[in-house]
Write a protein that binds this ligand. Structure first.
Ligand code: BTN
Length: 266
């Protein structure tokens, strides 16, 4: 676990505030899930741009109802919540992946839709959730009380290797393989501003500004993939909305992240 004070929240807040006005950040010694906590706060009317770091999550969540396990000190688990109003939400998790990978190391690849991989193993995962909430619930009805969409971007990164012998569905990588002195607080300091900036860009321009960078990191390009309905095909990159293009026996299929999981065939 990072030593008390090592998270340097004042400098993090100072760095991110110009990008996200009203930004605040907190370290929680323990919480069920930073995503769940930000969703609860937003539903209770707190829609400030907020970064929550957990030193320990007791019920960390992954995509598709999976659990996200992490040991204190061995991983960085945080969520950034903020009101967003993009013209289209397509490709948000891909844009987040691009921002996090670029902030960390050029050798990190992206496995559509939202995993960061290193040398054939999973290094990090992203869980994006949104809620329609009423801003300022105490305010009088009228223009002051408008519904807003609050997005919560959760990121879990393995910092230290998992203990040997631990059975995992997907073999994992750790950031210390690239950066031997990596500590969760320093990793967060490196990611927070680029992530905030990427979210602001996505809010205004959608996925388009991230398309080329995603292609440069795309691990599935040209690989044989199996969709969760059993269809097999060859990954052909992403379209302008971030949907995966898969060349199958039936032709080119467009796969959106909500529909399927994708794994490289063995
Ligand atoms: C995945 O790989 O399926 C996504 C994993 C996302 C894990 C992070 S850890 C911080 C945040 N809080 C959660 O409960 N989940 C995300």
């Amino acid at each position: 676990m990072s030593a008390p004070g090592s998270w340097s929240l004042p400098s993090l807040i100072e760095a991110v505030s110009p990008v996200l006005p009203g930004f605040t950040a907190e370290v929680l010694p323990e919480v069920d899930s930073t995503n769940s906590e930000l969703m609860r706060r937003a539903r209770a009317g707190d829609t400030r741009p907020t970064l929550l770091v957990a030193e320990r999550q007791t019920a960390g969540r992954g995509r598709r109802g999976r659990e996200w396990h992490s040991a204190p000190g061995d991983s960085l688990t945080f969520s950034l919540g903020l009101p967003l109003a993009p013209a289209s939400w397509s490709g948000l998790s891909l844009a987040v992946g691009v921002a996090v990978a670029r902030a960390l190391h050029p050798d990190i690849g992206l496995k559509w839709p939202n995993d960061l991989w290193l040398q054939g193993r999973k290094l990090a995962g992203i869980l994006v959730e949104t809620a329609s909430v009423v801003d300022r619930p105490g305010a009088d009805p009228g223009p002051d009380r408008s519904p807003v969409r609050y997005a919560v971007v959760g990121v879990g990164i393995n910092i230290a290797p998992r203990p040997p012998g631990e059975a995992l569905a997907t073999p994992s990588a750790a950031l210390r393989e690239l950066w031997p002195q990596a500590e969760a607080a320093a990793v967060l300091a490196r990611i927070a501003s680029p992530l905030a900036e990427a979210l602001r860009v996505f809010d205004r321009q959608g996925f388009a500004p991230f398309e080329d960078a995603f292609r440069a990191h795309d691990l599935l390009q040209g690989r044989t993939v199996t969709l969760s309905d059993g269809t097999v095909g060859t990954a052909r990159g992403v379209d302008g909305s971030g949907a995966l293009l898969v060349h199958t026996a039936a032709g080119l299929q467009t796969v959106s992240s909500a529909e399927v999981s994708v794994r490289p065939s063995s």
